[in-house]
Design a protein around this ligand. Sequence first.
Ligand code: NAD
Length: 427
Amino acid sequence: MTLLLAFPTAVRDCKNLVGGAWRPAAHGASLDVESPYDGRVIGKVGLSDAGDVASVVDAAKRAFASWAATPVKERVGPLRRFHELVTLHAPDLANTVALESGKTPAEALAGIQRGLEVVDFALSLPNLDDGAALQVSRGVTCEARREPLGVVAGITPFNFPAMVPMWMFPIALTLGNAFVLKPSEKVPLAACRIGELMTEAGYAPGLFSIVHGDRTAVKALVDHPDVRAVAFVGSTPVARAVYTRATSLGKRALCLGGAKNHLIVAPDADEALTVRGVVDSFTGCAGQRCMAGSVMVVVGNASRFVAPIVEAASKIALGQGMGALIDAAAKDRLDRAIATASSEGADVVLDGRKVRPPREYQSGHWLGPTVLDHVRPEMECARAELFGPVLTVVRVDSLDEALALDRTTPYGNATSIFTSSGAAARY
Ligand code: NAD
């Protein structure tokens, strides 16, 4: 399916979804939502305070009791309808995701499809969540079963406006909880559209709620005594702060942070596969993916792959082949990171700062694919999460050296190896 970006004719006013009704944040402060493509204002979002959060959580708590008493086989009814609605409206939802996050429409659609995989999983929970019975002693049997907690909250990042919320609420709701979403204030439009589809799918008012805002709303949500569990996805410092606060209050917390993914390339790697894999990995979603390749560690004469990788990446056209950075702050941060790498001695063998987007997107936030070669492990670009289309190349002599380097990073999420050897891959 070929998708083309379509800009809206009106600015969307993103309100909170409270007990099934759309209401503005009470204290009135709001932010403009700009499209990373060209900086135009596509929405407005309210910044909720503790009072707004309390209204949302109260409505969610009222909805919880009868939902928790509903058998799980019935709870999946509205989720099945939600799946149908998202499938039906996927191109339109993808357009919204692309407009507000800077992804290409195809990348946005792929994220929605991955989100639907979690909906599929949640739909299977009536068969999977059957508890257990353990005979713990002679004549004593323990029955284990899952009980819903109550109101649970999800706090999500800008880079997957539909997919990451869909990692959370299908499962939380199916297991009988009421769910409050606090989307990133940079991408509130897709969350609103999901709220509309959840309402249309038939969830009772208050079961799925949205509270927009920034750190003030996050703090109020995490501290609210009726929020029993918190899921967070975002940067490591905020993940750590949310986890520390939530668990200190005795709440369950699952907090996923940033990444510095290493791609190890062995001398026996297949060239075509390696070039395509590495380029897709560091340029997909303009590198704003927690699974994006960031450091390519070339072992021995695998350094011969650097030139074809640079050549392939240099052919990617901004706008069509690769999307935009989320905002001006991201562009400044990446420009500075490239300048720092250069001053520390890295070779900027492909400089995305020189690549221009199409004329109609000149006022957006763009950086072309960038490759920094001859990077030493102690340089900032080899250590920090850059979160942009920048590949850092470190040259080493052995696989053991490559693995040792990978282990020095305090970040997740993934390490990949390009090799023709099954033994090397397993090792
Ligand atoms: P972010 O940490 O800036 O924001 C995430 C959420 O936290 C947003 O809802 C935001 O409003 C809120 N927030 C921001 N600052 C806060 C503060 N000081 N106190 C309380 N709440 C705050 O992250 P981002 O820039 O939106 O997303 C990019 C980051 O997310 C990257 O680090 C990326 O690696 C990470 N990420 C990780 C995964 C994963 O699965 N591990 C998935 C996607 C993104």
